[in-house]
Design a binder for this molecule. Structure first.
Ligand code: ADP
Ligand code: GN1
Ligand code: MG
Length: 359
């Protein structure tokens, strides 16, 4: 099937009509293939789901639709003011279509919007964190047990460490020698696992987004306000510290996640403060003291854990994350470890910022 025939196939299934149909990639996601399907009257975001990562695409869609319904009720009650990304039905009343090119779904396209890979300024960080906070608040009374665990143990550092050690044993593509320093560094950091397990039972399990990357926020092209929280694929029960930590991971550095300019990979403290302010404000009446205390650990753990996952995939031969070249996962991992080290260096300052802004 050519790209033209995929476009035709998808437009027929999702009921798009007209002569000029185009299909072009959008965004920088590492897992699914996300494209804009454009016809003269309408555009849709179409995604080829990565069925190695999400072997049960029906469960993924079910989860997202439950959340869509919940947010829609909140919206009608005046309790949620962001746009809600809805799945689009096929002409046969399904949400998924299969073709020789994979399993596809379509989402309503939100026009007049953009996303960022690097946070541009303090106001933008606060706006995005506030929107993720509103999203978390809206899901506060959602029964997280309804959600299928599409990737079990997703933010379980102990499981990630086990996978890492297993791949080290096999070194399947002989890459270990190339990254021994990074491997040794990772092996020296696993006390974090005990720090995390000490939290179990002390903080509530919440319905979490679990991928609060800055590029999973849509901003309004005119005002710069937050328009929608997107990419609900990994919404599952979890802890807010991970959503907080993933914002720190992806908002704070002035460099892209795969930048090799490690000298400039650092936490912008003013952006860190903006995340705390923006995220905690909507949650202030529901967040517990222990949860606030846990945010420091979230800020540390997320850059380390995602770095560990990139490094694991590098050693394993790049099966999980999409890569553009042979060292891509290694560069991403080294970038994340540089950020993690800067967070550790700035512990006193960042903890003070956290305390002042969560009083
Ligand atoms: P991925 O799994 O590839 O990360 P996302 O759902 O995050 O998929 O989408 C990738 C990018 O596509 C986003 O960063 C955003 O720029 C754009 N995008 C996604 N959904 C929409 C939408 N509903 N309307 C407009 N743009 C979107
Ligand atoms: C992946 O799909 P995307 O690019 O939004 C990954 C996240 C990582 C992120 C690192 C299902 O997110 O967990 O934090 O890359 N998603 C999955 O940038 O593994
Ligand atoms: Mg995304």
């Amino acid at each position: 099937m050519t790209s033209n025939s995929v476009a035709t196939f998808l437009s027929e299934h999702f009921g798009l009509t007209g002569q000029q149909i185009s299909l072009n990639p959008i965004g920088n996601g590492h897992i699914n293939t996300t494209m804009l399907l454009k016809a003269s009257q309408q555009s849709l975001v179409v995604q080829k789901l990565n069925t190695d990562v999400f072997p049960e695409p029906e469960q993924l869609v079910n989860n997202a639709r439950l959340i869509e319904h919940h947010l829609t009720d909140k919206h009608h009650a005046g309790d949620y003011d962001l746009a809600i990304i809805r799945h689009v039905r096929t002409v046969n009343d399904n949400f998924l279509v299969n073709c020789e090119h994979g399993v596809w779904r379509a989402l309503e396209f939100i026009g007049g919007s953009y996303s960022e890979d690097v946070v541009a300024n303090i106001a933008q960080a606060q706006t995005a964190a506030n929107a993720f906070g509103k999203f978390a608040l809206a899901l506060q009374d959602f029964d997280a047990k309804q959600l299928h665990s599409v990737i079990p143990h997703f933010h379980d550092l102990a499981m990630r460490a086990e996978k890492f050690k297993a791949v080290l044993q096999h070194d399947p593509v002989n890459r270990l020698a190339q990254c021994q320093v990074d491997v040794d560094f990772c092996l020296s950091q696993f006390d974090l696992i005990d720090e995390l397990s000490a939290l179990d039972g002390n903080i509530p399990l919440r319905a979490c987004h679990n991928d609060t990357k800055i590029n999973n926020m849509l901003f309004c092209s005119h005002s710069g306000n937050a328009k929608a929280v997107i990419d609900l694929d990994t919404c599952m029960p979890g802890y807010w510290l991970f959503d907080f930590g993933d914002m720190v991971r992806t908002f704070c550095s002035p460099e892209q996640e795969d930048s090799t300019n490690l000298a400039n990979v650092r936490v912008r403290e003013e952006i860190f403060a903006a995340i705390v302010k923006g995220y905690v404000a909507p949650l202030q009446h529901v967040i517990t003291e222990q949860e606030k205390q846990s945010f420091w650990l979230g800020a540390k753990v997320m850059p380390f854990m995602i770095g560990l996952r990139f490094l694991t995939d590098f050693i394993d031969g790049d099966h999980y994350f999409a890569t553009k070249h042979a060292n891509h996962n290694l560069q991403r991992a080294q970038n994340q470890f540089a950020l993690y080290k800067d967070i550790l260096r700035k512990e006193t300052t960042l903890k003070t910022i956290l305390n002042i802004n969560t009083l």
